[in-house]
Design a protein around this ligand. Structure first.
Ligand code: R2B
Ligand code: URA
Length: 313
């Protein structure tokens, strides 16, 4: 079991080996605890029985992509399903997210943007807590706009930065701004990168900072939104400023993902494939077949990582 992070005060949790830190002390007073958006509650779901074996929580934007990832990981870790049955969507009752479980791997969709992934993370972290899981690793896989990288390149995030280029996720609580650091686990980023085989994989993997925007258009300095009140030169100047600060890609969930997992003492990583190079344009014109091939790249690296942890040689 990993060391607790600095400043984590644990008393009773330590006794049952809980590896999470900083969680709401009142969770245990909720009888039942209703995880509304996942469609589960602690009265009707036996969390330790259903989720107790989870070691990896993988998430990505859409239910379809996460269902496909679940079937892929099933094959990669050598698990089999009765051919007549399908993987059940465990979050169907909540009607918001899709969630599929394959042995120790839980796969969930998070929707678009920090508010959507935040709700999911609150409920997934509580799921892991109720299930008494130890040290689950959380990984977000997704798409992004690359900065000076070839489309199809996979970017693994060291640290998420906001639209103001600050490594903090801001939440507003009681009318006040509260800032949470958004660093990610460097060791995990390197472990996932080491699963890339530069000799046989037909794509590059880079590590760098990620800018997380709260919008796809103006928030990412695009020129093709319904509104645009800046010049192409101002856009290029901003993207070059990002590059000068070590930013390799832009997406929309890494800040909340990094901040919430790190507050809970959860090791986590963000692995995204660039579907365009933002220095060359804004519109996504890459054909669908090529984009779905790109989607498989983060999944390939993550599957190799999971296999390596489950079956060390
Ligand atoms: C990447 O792609 C989505 C926007 O198209 C968003 O969820 C993200 O982070
Ligand atoms: N996702 C984003 O948020 N931005 C892009 O440019 C591509 C995918």
């Amino acid at each position: 079991v990993r060391q607790m992070k600095d400043g984590c005060k644990k008393k009773d949790e330590e006794e049952d080996g809980c590896t999470f830190c900083g969680l709401n002390p009142c969770i245990k007073c909720l009888n039942p605890d209703v995880l509304y958006h996942l469609g589960h509650n602690t009265d009707t779901t036996d969390f330790p029985k259903v989720f107790g074996d989870v070691k990896f929580v993988c998430m990505g934007g859409t239910p379809g992509r996460m269902e496909a990832f679940a079937y892929y990981i099933m094959q990669e870790i050598g698990l089999k399903l009765n051919p007549a049955t399908k993987l059940a969507d465990m979050a169907e009752a909540g009607k918001r997210y899709g969630m599929f479980k394959v042995g120790p791997v839980l796969c969930a969709s998070h929707g678009m943007g920090c508010p959507s992934i935040s709700i999911l993370l609150h409920e997934l972290i509580k799921t892991m807590y109720h299930a008494k899981c130890k040290d689950p690793v959380f990984i977000r896989m997704g798409t992004c706009g690359g900065l000076g990288v070839e489309p199809g390149t996979v970017v693994i995030t060291t640290e998420a930065v906001s639209g103001k280029l600050e490594p903090v996720h801001e939440i507003v609580v009681h009318g006040n701004s509260v800032l949470h650091p958004s660093q990610l686990d460097e060791g995990l980023a390197n472990e996932i990168k080491s699963c890339h085989d530069p000799r046989t994989d037909k794509f590059d993997v880079v590590i760098g900072r990620t800018m997380c925007a709260h919008d796809f258009y103006e928030g990412q300095s695009r020129l093709d939104g319904a509104f645009c009140e800046y010049t192409p030169d101002a856009k290029m100047a901003f993207l070059e400023q990002l590059q000068a600060q070590g930013v390799k890609n832009i997406e929309m969930e890494s800040l909340a993902f990094a901040a919430l997992t790190s507050r809970a003492n959860i090791r986590s990583a963000v692995v995204c494939v660039a579907i365009l190079n933002r220095l060359e344009g804004d519109q996504i014109t890459t054909p669908h077949e090529i984009l779905s091939g790109f989607d498989k790249r983060p999944a390939t690296l993550i599957a190799r990582y999971i296999r390596k942890v489950l079956y060390p040689v």
